[in-house]
Design a binder for this molecule. Structure first.
Ligand code: GTP
Length: 600
């Protein structure tokens, strides 16, 4: 089949609008999967099922017969969630066009918009498809109207379908063939393959999803990564149909898999360019080293071996490119880890998983975002651990500016909640960027710039709460902005509990400080001497609570001669002590940390 009859396309959709069902239908129509097996074929990874989100891009090649000719169609599936922006844009970059899928019962949602802009900015040809027209509350005119007003696409070109029933689905592939351009024919150029995605297979090791942009890749070829400069040999390659089907080569315009003998996912850099050794050219544009945007500290609870957890946590991270991990030491909590995530959704999914699996054996600190310090000498530091944030004294003498990361948040929800949502955004130091009323529906689309630190502080949870679950949210990185930031520390009898330190906007410090000391007091037992709990910014005390001394004599009520009982009580008291951590001379039970860090 000549390249002029290749079509690479993707599906742009909001979560749950029916991307998997529609993909399965297209595979069924082309005989790629047996009729009747529409059960979300592309969504088959267990992890995804478990999480209910599409994390891995899964592509599939289809052979399609149209007007007497055979076409090779590559459907490149993209992860639905914005946390995986880099993956999404790599998938789009390997396509000439996309189906813009909209659920007729819900209309355009936040993610539709975010993904539309991404696809549009990459120059993709978009075909609007309106799904779920079988539903009673489907509102097709509204969806058509939105296609015109929001995306400036011709609504006459939209295809109304029911992916579930199969209605009209046969109209989609002719549109793909006629409207989406074929990939450029670069077969004679030196090899350049774009690394679109990767996943781990127990038998084969790392499997790469690649788009051959220029040239031809063959089994046995010696190749090199444009970014890591590591060298490999092509052990296996082929198309996904929908399972791996080995081929002798993949050529320009094709999307398929390749096994290069990589040992871990960390070697497979999404956006990397694979080239022939000895015939290296300029790598393809668009490579970005993924940067974590949320961090948490995690520490083993008292009595749990660091080593046992270390192995298990590293295991979890090993094959998840979106998680990074570093060792960390805390005066209060001992040896632990600092874990970085690419996005907030992912951070919370991972945290839940840790919590579920290790529950009481792990103390997880509040999520934090990477702040930047611009020094007077012109250098710049990214602060991932709040404890490393400069104190006011150092700020005065050495710091030029402090910067916090911000995101552009796109929200859609029914208009009746507009007032409440605006208030939420303003309370979270938001700046309004845009507000669009979607005609014929009662939906509003609101865009705000919000500091990332607020987004990770359960912003979505609060938004859902305010809108009775109707709001949808998406966000994109919007760089850094200057802000009056301070590091707040919790002190117990003058000693800082480092793991609890947090960077925040100065305006929040007083209120949070008062909350902090109250909350920590609640979980701390009385000591043998007076205990002072303080929230401080450098040497300035923001809030203070004290716990009076209390001596508890466990032996007081016993008769002096009751020796065995007496020994037992003393032993118990000693056991109890073992479960406590010391800050200065104050023993702090782990429940105090856990209680303090839990949101309640
Ligand atoms: P993610 O994988 O989470 O991104 O979702 P998705 O966009 O792939 O949606 P999926 O195909 O899983 O469909 C979501 C739900 O909508 C499922 O319960 C489908 O059965 C249902 N659904 C999909 N298409 C239709 C349709 O045409 N009509 C109706 N009534 N339901 C549909």
């Amino acid at each position: 089949i000549p390249i002029s009859r290749y079509r690479n396309f993707s599906i742009v959709a909001h979560v749950d609008h029916g991307k998997s069902t529609l993909s399965d239908r297209l595979l069924e129509l082309t005989g790629t999967i047996p009729v009747g097996s529409v059960g979300q074929f592309l969504d088959r990874l267990d992890v995804e099922r478990e999480r209910g989100i599409t994390v891995k891009a899964q592509t599939c090649t289809m052979l399609y017969h149209y007007k007497g000719e055979d076409y090779l169609l590559h459907l490149v599936d993209t992860p639905g969630h914005v946390d995986f922006r880099a993956e999404v844009s790599r998938s789009y970059a390997s396509c000439g066009g996309a189906l813009l899928l909209i659920d007729a019962s819900q209309g355009v949602q936040a993610q539709t918009v975010a993904n539309f802009f991404l696809a549009y900015s990459l120059g993709l040809e978009l075909i609007p498809v309106i799904n779920k027209i079988d539903l009673d509350h489907a509102n097709i005119p509204r969806a058509l109207e939105q296609i015109e007003t929001m995306f400036e696409l011709d609504s006459d070109t939209a295809i109304p379908v029911s992916a579930k029933r199969g209605t009209n689905v046969e109209k989609i592939l002719p549109a793909v063939v006629e409207r989406i351009p074929a990939p450029a024919n670069n077969i004679d150029k030196p090899l350049r393959c774009l690394l679109v995605d990767s996943w781990f297979d127990t038998y084969l090791g790392v499997i790469l999803l690649i788009n051959v942009v220029d040239g031809v890749l063959k089994r046995g070829d010696k190749v090199i990564s444009g970014h890591s400069r590591k060298r490999y040999e092509v052990k296996d390659l082929g198309i996904l149909h929908p399972d791996r089907k080995p081929m002798p080569h993949l050529s320009t315009g094709q999307v398929g898999y390749a096994v290069l003998g990589m040992k871990t996912i960390t070697e497979a850099l999404v956006g990397d360019t694979i080239m022939h050794i000895g015939n290296e050219v300029e790598p393809l544009p668009g490579f970005e080293e993924p940067q974590p945007m949320v961090f948490v500290g995690a520490f083993p609870a008292e009595g749990i071996e660091f080593q046992t957890l270390d192995d298990r946590i590293n295991q979890l991270v090993l094959n998840d490119r979106s998680v990074s991990i570093q060792r960390e030491n805390s005066n209060a909590l001992g040896q632990g880890w600092r874990i970085g995530f690419l996005g907030t959704l992912h951070a919370s999914v991972f945290q839940d998983r840790l919590q579920k699996e290790y529950g009481a054996s792990l103390i997880i600190t509040a999520p934090t975002v990477p702040y930047k310090v611009l020094w007077k000498d012109g250098s710049e530091t990214v602060i991932r651990n709040p404890d490393d944030f400069p104190d006011p004294a150092i700020q005065k003498t050495k710091v030029q500016d402090l910067l916090e990361p911000i995101v552009k948040v796109i929200m859609s929800f029914p208009q009746e909640y507009l007032g409440d949502v605006i208030e939420l955004c303003e309370n979270n130091r938001g700046t309004q960027v845009d507000m669009t009323f979607l005609s014929q529906g009662n939906q509003v689309l609101l865009q705000y710039l919000v500091p990332t630190s607020h987004l990770v502080d359960d912003f979505f949870g609060k938004l859902k709460g305010l809108t009775k679950g109707y709001a949808t949210l998406d966000y994109e990185d919007a760089g850094y902005q200057s802000a009056p930031l301070v590091k707040m520390q919790l002190l117990v009898n003058g000693n800082s509990v480092d793991a609890l330190a947090q960077v925040m906007h100065r305006s929040l410090a007083e209120k949070r400080g008062r909350e902090w000391v109250k909350r920590f007091k609640k979980f701390l037992r009385a000591q043998l001497f007076e205990t002072v709990i303080q929230a401080a910014i450098g040497s300035k005390i923001v809030a203070r609570e004290t716990i009076a001394a209390r001596r508890k004599d466990v032996l007081a009520k016993l008769h002096a001669s009751d020796i065995t009982r007496r020994q037992k009580l003393l032993r118990n008291q000693k056991e109890g002590k073992k479960n406590l951590r010391m800050i200065g001379k104050v023993t702090i039970p782990q429940e105090a940390y856990q209680g303090f860090l839990s949101k309640s």
